[in-house]
Each structure stands twice: as structure tokens, then as C-alpha cells.
Design a protein around this ligand. Sequence first.
Ligand SMILES: C[S@@+](CC[C@H](N)C(=O)[O-])C[C@H]1O[C@@H](n2cnc3c(N)ncnc32)[C@H](O)[C@@H]1O
Length: 437
Amino acid sequence: MLETQWSQKIRQFKRSAWRHVPSAKWYHKTVDKPSVGTEREKKIISRYAKGLILDAGAGSGRITNHLRTLNKSVIALDISVEMLARQVECGSNICGDVEALPFKNETFDTVNATWVLVHFPNWKEIVRELVRVLKIGGTILFEMSSKEHLNWAKEILPDIEKKYSSAQAYESFETVDEIYEELRINGVRIDQVIPYDFLNSNEFLKFLCGQNESCEKQLFNLLSTAEAIDFWCRIEEDILSSFPPGMSHKNFFIANKIQMVPLLDRNYVNVNMATNLNEAARLAMKIIGQKKEQLLLIYLDVHYYSTLYSKRVRRFHRKLTEIFSQFLPIDPISIASQCKKETLLSELKQGHYHGNFKKDYAYEDENINILRHVSLKEEFSYWAEKLVTTWHETPPNKTDISICDVPFGPIMEYELMKEIILQTPSSVYFALDNEGQ
Ligand SMILES: C[S@@+](CC[C@H](N)C(=O)[O-])C[C@H]1O[C@@H](n2cnc3c(N)ncnc32)[C@H](O)[C@@H]1O
């Protein structure tokens, strides 16, 4: 089939796919529920969406409803009446076509189009129409699947494009440069590119896991509670958002319509690209290495409040650590043993990190108090036992550091770990591993 016929077929299919009651019902039931991708999108969109907002291809209100609960002023437009009928929050809903919007030029302060452009081979035409109705100075928000990701994926799965070859499964994959160029032509400049939703269709992750699909599935299964999703969202936001586009399957774009079309600012988006998977893995490790203190802080923060966080969060974290342990220092003890004492302490004391745990921890005299919380103690015991039993294979470096004066140098660390292990019956901390899903 000719390229144009093929793209016409996909376009027609996507325009009608959600116009039937069963498909609209199915979409609403399966997609309109918390997931890492949705939570991240909601957070990013609610931060940048201002003034009069158009939610283009709004569907059953996954994003519209959220914006309306925040009292934002949103017009939801979709070609499917059946999808619009499922929106729960009241507001202006319009049945219309994103390819020919029923609005004057420069009407909206913000245009959001999530899970829309990615479905269409003619996404560029739709972008032009979205930009037309955007005011100068306004913001356009959308996500796109990453061609950088697809190119890396081909290294491990040469046939990967077949996965997206039917009209039903079609996705547009574009590089940041291609999107940058298209927006530039339309007088829009990218402000931020955020890779997100890392655990979804991520071939890079499979590469790190040795192409083991079950790793991804196991992690996904553990991500079914709000607490586990929240924990992972924080890791994505604070650490993984610095990864180059391509390490996640999708990127979220935040771009502004400017009066002057910029000519020579192609470096505006500082994309530090890696050309192959091994290089990408090295780059990822480097970034994680720079963020290890944040990783520890998120970890401690979560565990201090672990009465609020479910056991599932801890099991999710353990599974993640098990999978990534060959690449990343992701257990609390090995991260701690690599953090700079001064930086860590000053972060804790200045309260740089969100959450309140530092208020209680940072000024306490009794060293062991940092470990007083039962679940935190269990976690340290768990990891201490794992680490101590592997020390004979790789002895730790001789460094003398501490967290809030709890010593973590190898000798003291060993003593501390021994104490914790002896204090906590292993039946307690290993029990978590054996619980059903
Ligand atoms: C995958 S859903 C995304 C819905 C919503 N934006 C979200 O993030 O959940 C795609 C939506 O685009 C709508 N759509 C497809 N073609 C359209 C068009 N030409 N004009 C307006 N909406 C369209 C569909 O009806 C469907 O509701």
C-alpha cells in the first residue's frame, strides 16, 4: 500500500475508533484509573495549564476532569460524543475535529493534547491547527513516542516496527529534533522535554534487565496501589527526568508560542543524546550517580512515613533493586556508603527535600534514632544482611561517612548492620518477600 493510502487508513481508523459505545466504555473503564503515566501527566499539565484551556481530543475526561477539579477553566473537544458523555466533571464540552477546530485564531492560553497526536501519522497538520488557536505567549502541552527510543530498541529487537504496523497499534515516533523543527516553523519554542512513564513499553529497561520481559511485568504488577505509584512518580520526577529522551518510550513536551520565530536557537533543548544502548546505559548510570543522594533521601522519606506507605511499596522497591542491583546502587546502604557526608547532612538540615522527616531526624542526638521506625529498621536489616553476606565477594572501600551521625564506614557499618540484623528477626523482614501479590 502506498504511504499516503496507509496513513489515510490509519487516520480514518483513529478518527472513528472511539466513536462507538463499547469502545468508549472500554476506554473509560480501563484507562481512566491511576497509573504512573497518568499521574505524571496530571501533575505536569496542572502545573503549566493556565487561563482558558483547550483539551483537544479530551476523550472521557482523564485530564479534563482533573483540571476541572482544580477549578481551571477548560473547554473539552472531541470527535466522539460517546467519549465526551463519560466525562464526570461539568463544563463546556464540544463535539469537534482537531483537524479543523471551531475556534478563532489565538483563543486559548493553553492547549493540551494528550494521547492524541501520537495516534496520527499527520500529527504535524494537527499541531499547526492547535497552534493556530493558541495565543502568543500561550503554552502547548503534548506527549510523543520517542524515535530515539525506537532506534535503540531496533538494536535488540530488529522487528520492533512490526509491533506498531497495524492501524490499531499505530504510534508516531519522532525525534526531539523533528518535533523541535516542526514547532519552530509554527513559531513555537520548546521549553522542556520530560521523559516519563519509564516502566511502560520500555525497551531500554528490557535491555538493562537482559531482555527479560517478566521483570517489567513483575514491577508493573506491584504498581497497582496509589502509594506504590506515588513512590515511583517521585523517583521519575526527581531522578529519571534528567535522562535523555529515548530512555523512556515517551516524552512530554511543554512549548510556548512566541512572536518571533527563532532562527538560531537549536541548542535551546539541551539533549545529551547517546547513540547506542550501551552508551545510553553508561549515561544513565552517570546521571544516577550524580543523583544518589536524592535517591537516598526519597528512600528515607518514604520509609519514615511507611505507616502511610504500603508494604507493596517496599516490595516494589526490593524488586526494583533486585533487577537493577548490577547497575545501580539502589538499596539504602550502598547509596549511603557512596554519599558525601557533608552534602547529605546539609541537605537534611536545610530541608531541601520535600516531606518532613528531616525535621525530626536531623537534630536528634541518638544515632540509632534514624533507624527507630520499625519498617525502616526492617529494610536496613534486610539490605544489611544481603550486603554483609556478599562482602566476602567484593569488599567495600574504606570510607568513613555517616548519615545524621550514624556511621556508615565499612567497620562501623558492619557493626551497625550486625546490631540491626541481630535486633530484627529475619522472619520479619523476609516475610515481606514471600507474601502473595
Ligand atoms: C486515546 S484517546 C485520548 C483521550 C484523552 N485525551 C486522554 O488523554 O485520555 C484519543 C481521543 O482522540 C479523539 N479523536 C480522534 N480523532 C479526533 C479528531 N479528529 N478530532 C477530535 N478528537 C479526535 C478520540 O475520539 C479519543 O477520544
